[in-house]
Design a protein around this ligand. Structure first.
Ligand code: NAP
Length: 338
């Protein structure tokens, strides 16, 4: 059985997910696409035998030739398509963010709870990265004892011109926000943002930033966000436990020793660093649908929680204060660890 997927949004990540669904992954075919940019949608569909181009996301979701939906459009449009998919009773994989406001995420959670069955998965792909999974396995095993702290770094070589002050939290650190909730298996209760000396490479941006997150169990997580580090894309994470530490390993497949120096390549960007994580993320989503089970990846609740923490991070950045994170009570639908 092939899962028939419709893709809403054929921009950069939409085309990349179509590429992996058509050339890398198993058990899936892309049967429909749509985009506000109709010419792009037609061009993308031309390379997909039999794929239909729909005039709107709602038409695509209603198409009986679409079993499940992948939403890759611009963030502010996610809510309408995720709600339409829930109303149609179809599984939906939504690229992050789930929606761009806390209220919109809450509406999605409430719609899914009213439906009574999990249909929504959010594209936080760090959970599928082999290094992060190995790190979590060590933490969960108890080998380093109770985790007390985590040190993270999220370093981009550079960022596009439309990247704003708040993007450091909402687009960049949001991946660490989801990751640490998953890594520690608990919610974030408060955030602070410290502002160090400004890099001359950052233009008008306040770069870098240091995001501090307090976990419900008392652990503290710090995230260095440097988005003009120049040398490459560098993601770091180290958990400090009572009895030891565990860190993401160096991922380079080669190390060169020459002329008195040891050198290894650094990934150029997030596509290169997380290529396999994106593959595994979508394959596991496809497989969960094929086996009739609920999606096991980041849920609508995870998307909602990330949005609330992200908003608190933006408030902390603007106001310079410690900001409490206040979540609504978690509905029983999301009680199973995700
Ligand atoms: P993009 O290249 O701008 O693609 C978005 C596409 O959606 C564009 O073709 C856009 O058309 C189209 N679109 C806008 N409104 C639409 C609507 N109402 N219905 C259908 N299509 C619509 O952006 P992107 O970089 O692919 O990002 C898309 C989403 O993926 C964002 O939410 C982003 O945060 C997320 N993303 C996640 C990751 C990750 O690491 N998980 C990485 C990259 C992106 P126009 O250009 O004409 O507006």
């Amino acid at each position: 059985m092939m899962l028939k997927v419709g893709v809403v949004g054929t921009g950069m990540i939409g085309q990349d997910h179509i590429r992996r669904m058509t050339t890398v992954l198993a058990g899936v075919e892309v049967t429909a696409v749509t985009d506000v940019d109709v010419e792009t949608a037609k061009r993308v569909a031309a390379a997909l035998p039999g794929a239909v181009v729909h005039g709107s996301g709602e038409d695509l979701i209603a198409d009986p030739g679409v079993d499940a939906v992948v939403v890759c459009s611009w963030g502010p449009t996610h809510e309408q398509y995720v709600l339409a998919a829930i109303a149609a009773g179809k599984q939906v994989f939504c690229e992050k963010p789930l929606a761009t406001t806390e209220e919109a995420c809450r509406r999605i959670v409430e719609a899914e709870v009213a439906h009574g069955r999990r249909l929504v998965q959010v594209g936080y792909m760090r959970r599928y990265d082999a290094a992060y999974r190995a790190l979590k396995a060590v933490v969960d095993s108890g080998r380093i004892g109770t985790p007390l702290m985590m040190h993270c770094a999220h370093r981009n070589a550079g960022v596009p011109s439309f990247y704003s002050k708040e993007s450091a939290i909402t687009d960049t650190a949001v991946h660490e926000i989801d990751m640490v909730r998953w890594m520690f298996g608990e919610e974030i209760t408060a955030v602070r943002v410290l502002v160090p000396r400004k890099s001359r490479n950052g233009g008008d941006l306040q770069d870098p930033l240091l995001l501090i997150m307090e976990m419900a169990g008392g652990a503290i997580v710090d995230v260095e966000i440097s988005v003009n580090i120049r040398y490459g894309y560098d993601i770091r994470g180290e958990v400090v436990g009572e009895d030891g530490t565990a860190a993401l390993g160096e991922l380079s497949p080669v190390a060169v020793r020459v002329s008195g120096q040891l050198a290894a390549p650094v990934p150029a960007d997030w596509r290169e660093r997380f290529l396999r994580a994106y593959d595994i993320e979508l394959q596991e989503w496809i497989d969960s649908i094929a086996t009739g089970g609920p999606p096991v990846g980041p849920s609508a609740w995870d998307g909602y929680a990330a949005a609330v923490v992200s908003d608190a991070g933006v408030a902390a950045l603007r106001g310079g204060e410690r900001v409490d994170v206040s979540l609504m009570p978690r509905p029983p639908l999301y009680e199973v660890a995700s």
